[in-house]
Design a protein around this ligand. Sequence first.
Ligand code: ADP
Ligand code: ZN
Length: 738
Amino acid sequence: PLESGAGVTANGDLFPQTTVPVLVPLPVDRPYSYAVPEGMAVEPGSIVQVPLGPRQVAGVVWEATGLNGDEVDSKKLRPITQLFDCPPIGADMRRFIDWVADYTLSPPGLVARMALRAPAAFDPEPWIEGLEATEARPERMTDARRRIFGAAEEALVWTKSGLAHAAGVTPSVVDGLMKLGAFRAVKFPPPPAVAEPDTSYGRAELSEEQSEVAGELAATGCQNEFSVTLLEGVTGSGKTEVYFEAVASALDAGKQVLILLPEIALTQSFLDRFHERFGAPPAEWHSDIAPRMREKIWRQVTEGRVRVVAGARSALFLPFKELGLVVVDEEHDPAYKQEDRTFYHARDMAVVRGRVGGFPVILASATPSVETRVNADLGRYRHLRLEARYAEASLPDLSLVDMRHAPPPRGRFVSPLLLTAIKETVARGEQALLFLNRRGYAPLTLCRVCGHRFQCASCSTWLVDHRLRGILQCHHCGFQTARPEACPECGTLDHLVACGPGVERIAEEMLTDLPHARTILLSSDLPGGARRLRRELEAIADGEADIVIGTQLVAKGHHFPMMTLVGAIDADLGLANGDPRAAERTFQLLHQVTGRAGRTGKASRGLIQTYQSEHPVMQAIASGDAETFYAREIAERERSQLPPFGRLAAIVVSANSKKEAEDYARQVRQAAPDDPDLEMLGPAEAPLAVLRGRHRFRLLVQGSRRAPLQSYLRATLNRAAAPRGSVQMQIDIDPQSF
Ligand code: ADP
Ligand code: ZN
C-alpha cells in the first residue's frame, strides 16, 4: 500500500516516498528532508521549489541514501512547494556533484549551485503560437492566396506574421484563410539557441599524419566507455581540425559534446572554425553571455536540444542530458583553475566527469601539464602526437639573447639585437610580436629624492603604473589612485621614477624607435573589453599592424599568418617567484608565444631575452628539446614528492589582524592528526601576506600519492574550533601556485 504522497516517476516507476532529501544551492553540507505533497511525482534529480526559513528556494531531489542524516518526524516536515516542469538532473551529474564536493571539501550545495546557474530556465520556454496548412483549399483562389500557399510549402509551421511576410501579403489575408480552414492554429516549441551542427558540412582535407590521428580520435569519440586521450601536437599542427573528427563521431552517435576553452572571450576564431566545419556555431557558455541567452542554453542543454557547448570552466557543471565527450583545449592553461568559493581544476574535474559518465575525454595541448604528461607516460592516458606543422608552415628558429652580454641602453628594455630584427621584419612588410607578461607601464614607482615606494594600502604589493589610464593600480585588489606629480612623503615635484618595464613601456619604446610602424598593444586592462580585443586580434590577422605588443593574452592559440618574429622581453620574469611550477609555466608560456610565428611558409624567428641563459627552461626553449625538459621536470617532482607523485593541499587562514590569523592557523596545525603518510607544514605567512586588508597565513599538507588527504583534512577541521570573529579559512586541494 502506498503511503500518502507517494508518486510515480517520469518513466512510470513507483516512487513510494513521502519524504525526500533536497539539495539546495546554498552553502549547506547535506540535503534537507521535505515532504512530498500528495499527487506530486518527484524522482531523484527533479528540480523543485522548497521553503527554507522564510524563503522559497530551488533545489534538486537527491538520493535517499547516505547524505541526509536529519531524522525528523515526517509529520513536521515542510512540503515541497512546487515541482518545476524541467528535465531532472541526471544520475551521473548528481554523482559528479557529490564527488566534486567530497574532493574539494566544498559544501555540496555550493557545487550544486554551479549546476543550477539559470533559475529562470526551470520553467519551460513558452511555446510559439503558429499555424500549419491543412488539406482544405478555398474555392476562390486569389493571387495573394496563391502566394501564401506557395510560401507555406517552405516549412511545416509558421507564425502568422512570418508567413505573411514570406508571401509578401498582409496578415489579414492569412486570417481569411484560417477562417476558411486552410490553416489551423498550432503551438510549436521555441527555436533552438543554436542551429544543429552538421557533421558532414565542411570536413577538412587532412594531411596524412592528421588523418591517422583523427581516425583514432574518431573511433574514441563515439565510445560509451571512459578513456582519456592526450592529443599533443606542436603549435600549428592542426589539433583543432583533428579533434573535430572526434566531435563529429560523438555527434553522429547521438551524444552531446562539451569543448572547454581557457579564455572564451578570446575565442572568436575558434567559433568561426567550428562554424566552418559544422555549418553552425556551438552554443557559448561563459560569464559574458546575456542572462536570457544563458537561460535558453541551460534549458536546451538539459533537454538535449543544444548538441555542442564551447565554454569556460563553469560549463563543466551544465546538466547535459546525454553528454558523451569532453574536449579540454589547451589543457595546461592556468585559467582552468578556479580559486574562489569551490577551488577546483576544470581539467581534472573534466576527467572525473568522463569517468562518472562513462565517456571519453580528450586533452589537447602543445605543452601539456606535467601531471598530464606523467599520466600519459604511465599509460593511464592514451598519447597521440602530431609532430609536424600543417602545410608548409615550419617552427620558428629560436635563439637566446643573453642580456648580460648585450644589454639595451639605460632605461630601455629591447636589446639592440632584437631591435634590429624588428626593424628588418617591419621593412619586409611582416609582423613582429613583443611579449612581456606584465600589464601597465612599470611595476614599481619610487621617489628619486626620498626613496618612497608606492604600495597598496590594503595589500602587501607595489602599485603598478598604468600610464595610459593615468593611474597607479594594485593588481590584487584593484585599488587605484591618480598618478601624483609630487611625492606624498617628501613633497618633491616631478622626481617620481618608473622602475622596470610593463607592456605600455615597451609600446612607448617602439614608438620612439620605429615612429612610422603601426603598433597594437594587447592587454586585458585596456578599455573596450573583449569586443576590442576581438577586433584587434582580427586586425592583426588581417595584417593591419606591424608590431604587436602584448601580455600572455597573445600567447594563446591565435593564428597570425603574417607574423615572422617573436621577441620575449624579460623571459625570466616567472622564474623568480620560488613556485615549484615556475619552470613548467615559463616553458609553456615561451613555447606558446614563440609558436605564434611561422604559421605560413615564410622563415621566422624567435628571440628570447634572458638574464639566465643557462637555465634549463631557456635551454629547452632554444634547442626545441621539450622531451629533455619534461624528463627533468618530472624527475624533480618525483624527487620532491610533489604532484602528481605526491598529494598537496593548502589551507589559507585570513583575518583582519595578523594575530587572529596566525593564532587560528596554529590551532588548525595543532588539531592535525598523526598520519604516517601526511604532514602539515606551517603556518607561515602566505606569499601575499596581506590581501584586501586581510592578513593571511598558510598551512601546507603534503603526502604520498595514496595518502587519504581529504579524510585527514576533515579530521583536522572537526577537531579544530570553528573560525570565529573575522577569521576565514579556504582549502585548496592541488594548489596551482604554492
Ligand atoms: P594548433 O591548435 O595545433 O596550434 P590549429 O588547429 O590552430 O593548430 O591549426 C593551425 C592552422 O592550420 C589553422 O589556421 C588551421 O585552420 C590550419 N589547418 C590545420 N590543419 C588543416 C587542414 N587539414 N586543412 C586546412 N587547414 C588546416
Ligand atoms: Zn591591493
